[in-house]
Design a protein around this ligand. Sequence first.
Ligand code: HEC
Length: 166
Amino acid sequence: MKKSVVAGLLLATVCATAAMAGVIEDRQAIMKDFNTASRTLNGMAQGTVPFDQAAAKVQLQLIVDGSAKLPTLFPAGSDQSTDTVKTLALPAVWSDTPGFTAAAAKISADAKAAMAATDAASFKVAFQAVQGDCGGCHRTYRAAPPRPAGAPGGGPGGGPGRGPAQ
Ligand code: HEC
């Protein structure tokens, strides 16, 4: 009896840790999608890729969908890195949940607004707001990521989410 209780508790702990690693990976996967979307959108904003409203909308929709999920992906206890996954989320996510939720809502609203842009010039302005939201949230709610050696300003996950300007 006692043994099975201990075994059950152990199992519960293992499951909880696995669940936390899963939720951390889920939110980091959304961020990686944000990063990929931002690169494409930034190309259009900079004029290195021709502006294409339909293509921009697809990427902006990824940001809208991802930001809707964000508030559910930071449950209590997921502020700690696990053996397998390291989180850079700062305690402010949990101490200032309304602010964090508002930051997620803001990028969604700005991405929706950018969808309405029909020409390159207005898209550029609208997308700047979206990009500003990445850095705006990271400054308060994410610890600065370590910079990989030999890749100043970049590395995996580089781009608008990183760098001193953010
Ligand atoms: C509402 C807040 C918020 C917004 C908006 C936001 N991020 Fe993040 N981002 C975070 C947090 C918090 C983390 C750390 C997650 C973790 O490690 O658990 C993060 C992590 C990341 C990472 C690292 C992911 C990894 O593999 O560990 C990248 C890249 C990133 N964000 C890119 C972006 C880009 C690009 C945008 C804008 C299009 C953006 N983020 C908008 C909060 C945000």
